[in-house]
Design a protein around this ligand. Sequence first.
Ligand SMILES: [Zn+2]
Length: 539
Amino acid sequence: MAQKPLRLLACGDVEGKFDALFSRVRAIQKKSGNFDLLLCVGNFFGSTPDAEWEEYKTGIKKAPIQTYVLGANNQETVKYFQDVDGCELAENITYLGRKGVFTGSSGLQIVYLSGTESLNEPVPGYSFSPKDVSSLRTMLCSTPQFKGVDILLTSPWPKYVGNFGNSSGEVDTKKCGSALISSLATGLKPRYHFAALEKTYYERLPYRNHIVLQENAQHATRFIALANVGNPEKKKYLYAFSIVPMKLMDAAELVKQPPDVTENPYRKSGKETFTEKQTPAPEEESACQFFFDVNEKQGRKRSSIGRDSKSSPHPKQPRKPPQPPGPCWFCLASPEVEKHLVVNIGTHCYLALAKGGLSDDHVLILPIGHYQSVVELSAEVVEEVEKYKATLRRFFRSRGKRCVLFERNYKSHHLQLQVIPVPLSSCATDDIKDAFITQAQEQQIELLEIPEHSDIKQIAQPGAAYFYVELDTGEKLFHRIKKNFPLQFGREVLASEAILNIPDKSDWRKCQISKEEEETLARRFRKDFEPFDFTVDDD
Ligand SMILES: [Zn+2]
């Protein structure tokens, strides 16, 4: 299956010249057809108050293309970026957030890091710290199957990017830029890395991400720095390119080396030993601090960690589940919990019948301790959640049903994974998927398809609001909640004619039954589930 490449635009510092930028984008689109996204690095806002922005903010003017921007690089513009997790700034203009990964519906992976480097605590609101960089690296690079990312967006240049490359003009890359970004680029292996802030255009020759003769070929990285919008010297500030997400590419095609590929600028050439300096202290500023070793790091990770425990620093230590800040309906230890609905208890999680469920066997997977979302779970809890999911799939399959699962991390306090069985005879998985996509479109909810087995953690940061639905194939549809998400969305879609065809049940309050009836259903579920119960012979 040939994948149609995405057509993207990247832009340097806009500095408040929105009209100039967007009229340029309109002209380009008129001439050569529409683009899918515009990615802005560097200073999106100018330091002086401007009337132009008001017109976009209030909707008088509108960006002609979905535009994603990085956050502030100085104190004066911090005020524009209220939500550190990213938010919509104006129609079609979205702030990505301080740091994270954005995965488009196409599967394109974009990693972003806002602000300038700061090695001093406390880190100002317009900066990133060594911790931010190492957490991004850990989050992304620690899986054995990690190959790289499609795009990396940073505002500052990476330090030393000019090493082994073509001339970077008036910019001395040994003196300017951020060594932390060099470290990030070394670990992430982006296919494209965009940066700005230096008021100049520099397209470096592509560089290798592997050591020749020592490692298997990997894809090359293209670093492109862009100038500021409307600069009088007419330096390039807008860069157009086409890209097929790497996850959809043939491995051989992906690692094809461009003829002008150079050595990796961030690695010592010709030596086998590299020292990882992921968090350089300011006094360590020296010529060799930019040598980062990715390979050694991955090797170490793989060998020392048996199970997937990347999110938990002390996986072996038994610990008390987190306590809620106030009364909670779902903490198993809390007096508020409706114990009669609990149908199975594991080590870290439990199952309960949903109150006012869509069907008699609509259950919830809940952590025993107080966690707000899947993103916050430690590795051992995630493991048990997965075990429950797999078991429930088998259980429902044996009863002629497939599972649809969803989570809404918005206006909720305790994680609830809703598991709704849908009779195999009523519709196919694709029908369920289509129903979600269509009904989301109708309500202007952008649902992104995310790859099977990919972790919500890689997409949403702790604290960020989101909704996702997981189909029985493991496919997920993800929505990053900006504002006003319909709380009953998942339920409404499932209750609709396309799936369960019980539209009158879309409101759970109308499905409430007496406590006696709930007890009867729970008793029946416990009995039916017994042959599948993995918690009994576990310890
Ligand atoms: Zn709780």
